[in-house]
Design a protein around this ligand. Structure first.
Ligand code: AHG
Ligand code: MN
Ligand code: MN
Length: 341
């Protein structure tokens, strides 16, 4: 058997390849390497807290609301604090933004300021925490625009195509960190005895076709006609226009549904619906949809909002929402075509 490669060694090897000033796609500048190491360390700490469950006073509600008007769980807050404390002093970041914070968190003056911006959903799938089902942390890394001095929210408003790294860590039967820096998708599994993430998949690919879809079916009556048509056709199975039977899966944590898709294909949708017509969707563009879209594209899949590629959307605010359709390429293209025809 080959010697296992740790996340640290993987990142170092990617860094070594880039000695020159302009760093080619997929190679990692030293400060970005440090940043990713620290995010991984924070995820390890969150994973330990998640694993303690009822033994660690981490379950249940916190009785506070976040900026999106959602009730926070204790773990939402713990995970947010772990990520901030781990990242604020390293010198690689200018500021952070999180689902759980109204506005951006600028690195305090007492610490050195770096050139990167980190965005995260500290705990995705909050409704799964107390029932012992998979949850995760999603993150996206941007560069602070050239020439900007004091960092502002405006600096964060960059399209997903500008990301320099993106990934998530899923806390399930295994803890797995999934990463892209623009040269494919790699997965690392946490070896608890060694305390390190070990490379377990170096070329993640999503099959172009699938027979599996993920959507919250209870919202069916609220969907727009193109989404309704697509799902109706899937449900008609062998006898319908698709001529094949489909299977449905819904874990209610984007992180876990996307992980399934990266592992064996499928399509995931959280589309716009008419319950709150003024909102583009439920999921947030900058720290849920963009990082997941990049991972999916890097694995050969596609991600759109029904009309356009998610990563091309120019954000207008930090907590902007978006309609999400992602996964196996041919299925995503089909739903998108239904929206555009
Ligand atoms: P979060 O826990 O960060 O608020 O995100 C939950 C999101 C997403 O992960 C998941 O796909 C969706 O909400 C689940 O929504 P339903 O409650 O409609 O199942
Ligand atoms: Mn989330
Ligand atoms: Mn969350």
């Amino acid at each position: 058997m080959n010697k296992p490669i740790s996340l640290s060694r993987y990142l170092l090897e990617k860094q070594r390849e880039s000695k020159n000033e302009s760093v080619p796609q997929g190679q990692i500048p030293p400060k970005l390497r440090l940043l990713l190491e620290i995010v991984a360390r924070a995820c390890k700490r969150i994973s330990h807290a998640v694993n303690k469950g009822a033994l660690g006073d981490v379950l249940g509600g916190a009785e506070t609301e976040n900026v999106q008007g959602e009730m926070q769980k204790k773990l939402d807050i713990i995970a947010n604090e772990v990520l901030i404390e781990a990242n604020e002093w390293g010198g690689h970041l200018a500021a952070m933004a999180s689902e759980e914070m109204d506005s951006i968190y600028v690195v305090p003056n007492r610490y050195p300021q770096g050139e990167y911006l980190l965005l995260f959903d500290p705990l995705d799938g909050s409704s799964n925490i107390d029932i012992n089902v998979s949850i995760g942390t999603i993150f996206s890394v941007l560069k602070k625009p050239e020439g900007s001095n004091a960092v502002t929210e405006q600096d964060f408003l960059q399209a997903g195509a500008k990301q320099v790294a993106a990934g998530y860590c899923i806390y399930g039967p295994q803890t797995t960190l999934v990463l892209t820096v623009g040269a494919g998708v790699v997965m690392f599994t946490l070896d608890r005895e060694q305390g390190s993430f070990v490379l377990t998949d170096s070329d993640v690919r999503i099959p172009e076709d699938t027979k599996e879809f993920a959507i919250n079916m209870s919202n069916m009556r609220h969907w727009a006609p193109p989404v309704r048509r697509y799902i109706d056709e899937c449900l008609a199975g062998k006898d319908g226009p698709r001529g094949k039977d489909f299977n449905m899966r819904w874990i209610a944590a984007m992180v876990a549904d996307v992980h399934r898709i990266l592992t064996r294909g499928g399509i995931f949708m959280y589309p716009w619906d008419k319950r709150e017509p003024e909102k583009a969707g439920k999921l947030r563009l900058m720290y849920e949809a963009n990082p997941m879209s990049w991972l999916v594209e890097q694995a050969g899949g596609a991600a759109t909002n029904g009309k356009q590629r998610i990563m091309d959307i120019q954000p207008t605010k930090l907590h902007e929402r978006v309609s999400v359709i992602l996964g196996s390429k041919n299925e995503v293209e089909r739903v998108t075509q239904y929206h555009n025809s």
